[in-house]
Design a protein around this ligand. Structure first.
Ligand code: GLY
Length: 396
């Protein structure tokens, strides 16, 4: 979420106010403008329905909306979506809502038992501070970063992900996403150790969490005293040896981001290898929205897709495309994903889908939890990817 706020073009303003001229655009961006229109509608409606601190998370099979409390790892995504929505549309009402829903997460600053502080605080307060520069937001960010840093263990060379479960010291591939918060906090709060921890975590994870083909294990369980690896298993994937789709997306995004902050070429190489695994996977469907696990054998005909994984992949590839010479293949792939996600198959029409943007994500298939449903983090990374795309194409 590094990129700076964009300047909204007159074309998008005109489109949102319904006064655009209906001629196809020269730059092929009609789908983009249509998507922005839907985003404006859905986010405005959603913000009117929910209350700060009880944010929309997903939709249950009975059609009711599952809410995220302030303790929920997904709680930061709705405020973050509103911030990106504001940047994409220029709608200042969304900015006001974004601020309200961000401040509803004030008490997250007291949470110490999870690595997800990155998702919870950096997507909400982090975006709020980036966009507004309001220093009254900093104490929460400072306290949360201290709690995340406290989870770093020099013996394992990693940040502990979970305090739950039967593992000794579990580190999940998702943890790569929460490193950005510490890299940023290191500079903001003049704490150099805060950037050593995530850089060490990324190097350790590269060594212990990846297979030869650059797919990743979901969970690595460490001995906290010696740093020895006890076991490599899954929690949300099909099997311990499978490639859980969102896990591959988290890993890709994480290494692209680590390269942005450290300029360590090993992180860039790792990102390129993971991108290659994903982009050339034989089970990747034609529309480039993967099934929930790459090793689901009926992936090409009927396994539930995971739009959230696709959105994270698109956002990561767009960033990667700007980091390397000849990044066009990454850009093109991400553009294909965004066009698929913007099609009626995945993108809700205005007023549909309980005002979520994307349909068809999977939370935890084998736990029968959040299967083929809208999920807020899919929307968040979709919006971030659209913003990156719009900036690269100079549409915003
Ligand atoms: N971080 C949990 C998940 O990706 O489902």
């Amino acid at each position: 979420m590094i990129t700076r706020p964009g300047v909204i073009t007159a074309a998008i303003f005109l489109f949102l106010s319904g006064t655009s001229i209906a001629t196809p655009s020269q730059d092929g961006s009609d789908w983009f403008k249509k998507t922005i229109h839907t985003i404006n509608y859905q986010l405005t409606k959603a913000a009117g329905i929910y209350s700060p601190g009880m944010n929309p998370r997903s939709v249950r099979p009975d059609g009711t909306v599952k809410l995220a409390t302030v303790q929920d790892w997904t709680t930061g995504f709705f405020p973050g979506s509103l911030w990106y929505g504001y940047e994409l549309t220029g709608n200042t009402a969304l900015k006001e809502e974004a601020r309200k829903f961000t401040l509803g997460l004030d008490t997250v600053r007291h949470i110490t038992n999870t690595h997800d502080l990155g998702f919870m605080l950096f997507c909400s307060y982090g975006n709020a501070f980036r966009i507004t520069g309001d220093s009254s937001l900093l104490p929460v960010l400072q306290e949360g970063a201290a709690h995340l840093y406290a989870r770093f263990n020099k013996k394992t060379g990693t940040i502990r992900s979970w305090d739950m479960g039967e593992w000794h010291y579990p580190v999940i591939i998702d943890n790569m996403m929460n490193l950005e918060y510490l890299f940023w906090a290191a500079g903001q709060f003049h704490q150099p150790a805060y950037s050593i921890a995530p850089a060490t975590h990324a190097a350790t994870t590269m060594k212990n969490q990846f297979r030869k083909d650059f797919s990743s294990y979901h969970v690595v369980d460490y001995d906290a005293e010696t740093g020895k690896v006890f076991q490599k298993v899954t929690h949300q994937g099909l099997t311990s040896e499978s490639a859980w789709a969102r896990g591959q997306a988290w890993g890709l995004y994480g290494y692209v981001m680590c390269y942005q902050y450290t300029r360590n070429p090993k992180f860039l190489e790792q990102a390129k290898h993971i991108a290659s695994f994903i982009m050339h996977h034989p089970h990747m469907p034609k529309d480039k929205i993967p099934a929930w696990d790459f090793d689901v054998h009926n992936a090409l005909d009927g396994a539930p897709r995971d739009a959230s994984a696709a959105a994270v992949i698109a956002s990561a590839l767009l960033q990667l495309s700007t980091e390397v010479a000849g990044g066009q293949e990454y850009f093109n792939y991400a553009e294909d994903i965004l066009q698929s996600l913007s099609s009626p198959t995945y993108l809700a029409g205005p007023g549909e889908n309980h005002f979520f943007l994307l349909k068809h994500s999977v939370g935890a298939f084998l736990y029968n939890s959040e299967i083929d449903t809208p999920i807020e983090y899919a929307d968040y990374y979709f919006l971030e990817a659209l913003k990156r795309y719009g900036q690269i194409k100079k549409l915003i």
